[in-house]
Design a protein around this ligand. Structure first.
Ligand code: IPD
Ligand code: CA
Ligand code: CA
Length: 262
């Protein structure tokens, strides 16, 4: 476990917001059967979690800037330190009573992700990483999976939905990749996809059209677990381009090459 001041701040904020999310998730499970459904309730839950995170993080570091999904970019006195936060990653899962969602918090220093936390409050799994200090799930140090052959790999991805993204391109990529791997998954929570790559559960992950708050924490986790993460063109502009390919060195390279060929 990492016992640095920045991780402690992130963990306390995440645990507090996590408690309200779990309460609200219990309510959502009841609302499934109502005719109106839980949509409005879920956006309120999302906003409540963001409020809590904003209050806790700014209390601990009053000068830091913020980039949050709901409130957008808020510059603080300290422009070189920012919190990049998704209060609820996996909203569609949450809305449908599927317990696969997370709070994602990154500390970004001079544009570079320095520390990351991904917390699923339902399973109580808290993934943290800090540059140079490793990645952890509670007391367990994380390592990316060591498989070298794509044919044995389980790969997770994002699927464009509701007119967002390039579905035709995704279909081409899928046709190429599903031919080469042991299994494909789609969790619906990009921050968890990255945390699970860091934990060696998934061998690799790729997705386009993401935002900084989906990615910033997870890429610290993957890298500190010994993995590689680049944008979809193999470069370092993950946050700017909103795309990612992650895995161990060999699998990440192989996946990049396949995506290029699609
Ligand atoms: C979404 C999830 C999902 C990804 C979407 C994201 P949200 O975030 O990470 O896995 O495919 O593109 O927008 O909306 O649930 O915070
Ligand atoms: Ca998200
Ligand atoms: Ca979100």
């Amino acid at each position: 476990m990492i016992r640095s001041p920045i991780i402690t701040v992130m963990e306390q904020a995440a645990r507090k917001a996590g408690r309200t999310l779990v309460r609200d998730f219990g309510e959502v499970e009841h609302l499934q059967v109502s005719l109106k459904g839980p949509a409005n309730f879920v956006s309120a839950a999302d906003r409540r979690a963001e409020e809590t995170l904003h209050a806790e993080l700014s209390r601990a570091r009053p000068d830091f800037s913020f980039l949050m999904e709901e409130r957008g970019a808020v510059s603080g006195k300290d422009a070189s330190n920012a919190w990049v936060v998704d209060p609820l990653d996996g909203t569609t899962n949450f809305l449908h009573g599927i317990p696969l969602f997370a709070i994602s918090i990154a500390h970004v220093k001079d544009g570079v992700p320095n520390a990351g936390l991904v917390f699923n409050p339902v399973t109580d799994e808290l993934f943290v990483a800090e540059r140079g200090k490793g990645a952890f799930l509670h007391n367990r140090r994380l390592r990316v999976a060591a498989r070298r052959d794509l044919a044995n790999c389980v790969v997770t991805c994002g699927i464009p939905h509701r007119g967002r993204g390039d579905l035709a391109l995704f279909r081409k990529e899928l046709a190429v990749i599903q031919n080469q791997v042991a299994g494909l998954r789609r969790t619906g929570a990009a921050a968890l996809d990255l945390a699970w790559v860091a934990a060696g559960r998934f061998d690799a992950f790729w997705e386009r059209n993401l935002s900084s708050w989906d990615l910033a924490a997870g890429i610290v986790l993957v890298r500190e677990a010994g993995g590689f993460a680049t944008d979809i063109d193999g470069g370092d502009a993950i946050l700017d381009k909103g795309s990612v390919v992650a895995g161990n060195e060999e699998i990440q390279r192989a996946l990049l090459a396949l995506l290029k060929s699609a």
